[in-house]
Write a protein that binds this ligand. Sequence first.
Ligand code: SF4
Ligand code: SF4
Length: 344
Amino acid sequence: MKGFTVKLSILNSTGPNRFDQRLHDVNTDQFNGLSIRTVQVNIGLKCNLACHHCHVESSPTRVEEMTWETMELVLAAAEKAGAKTIDITGGAPEMNPHFRRFVNAALDKGYEVMVRTNLTIMLEEGYTDLPEFFANRRVHLIASLPCYLETNVDRQRGKHVYQESVEVIQRLNALGYGSRDELPLDLVYNPGGPSIPPEQSALEAAYRKELGGHFGIRFTRLYTITNLPIGRFQHDLQRQGYADKYQDLLERTFNAATLDELMCRHQLHVGWNGTTYDCDFNYALKMPARAGHIRDFNPAAFLARRIATGNHCFGCTAGCGSSCGGSLVAEEAEMARWAGGAAG
Ligand code: SF4
Ligand code: SF4
């Protein structure tokens, strides 16, 4: 099993917005929201890690964090929108001082709460009781583990991150995560280089075999996520001379069947200071939604907005598509189709 390889062709990635042109070509000029199932909230940029692929460029030195007042506005907006899920991200969201209060408030209002965790934070002083907190409150955990091989994880995320992640997953497993229905633990894969992810279900089987065989690890689902050419990942691509080739790959594997399920069409994203965005990639690029601050949130106006796009959007529509919840369309036929198109 392997990801698509990069074809050697040069393309200027800094030109006009070719994504909008492609939308026009497939009769999707009206690129607006379709529903608001999820409110995704970035509650701060501080992180105990500083990974190479991090599109929001988090690190231990970042200080931006959401206030409690803004969190209350987010919950009010979620209610207005009729959302079902609050998806909490960062940085390491656990490092926001209001994190547990926010999780509790969202759960008490009846939302499913998802937390995107880097796992290793649960070994840091002041955070070691988080596994029990999460299990007691039945929080849905989505954990980054970009490969089942130690060298690949440590290269992307830092020394010892693999072993630390395994240790934390084992603690979560001991509490029932990954085996009890009410304690889902999903893992997230993203490629280490300029390729789009391999087929999600086949890779999930490989993760289960490797992690289960070596460490007895159990998890609920694997999500494969394409790296968008932004942030630290884009800087790495540029340094290695792969930026144009990667953009070319994403554009050649554009798949119109992904357009209705893109996460920007079904969620509201809120940045740490309350500004609304179409997705966390646009947040990273400082491209706010045409809907202003969360205090002014109006669900109908938000759904009707034209989603802000750029050439980075090809990262979400390549191959089987990519979102915070993994692939967007059925895989076997699509992968065969795009694998053929990307050969050479
Ligand atoms: S990718 Fe995740 S864990 Fe790594 S620095 Fe960024 S926010 Fe932190
Ligand atoms: S980056 Fe992806 S999710 Fe964000 S606006 Fe573009 S297509 Fe939508």
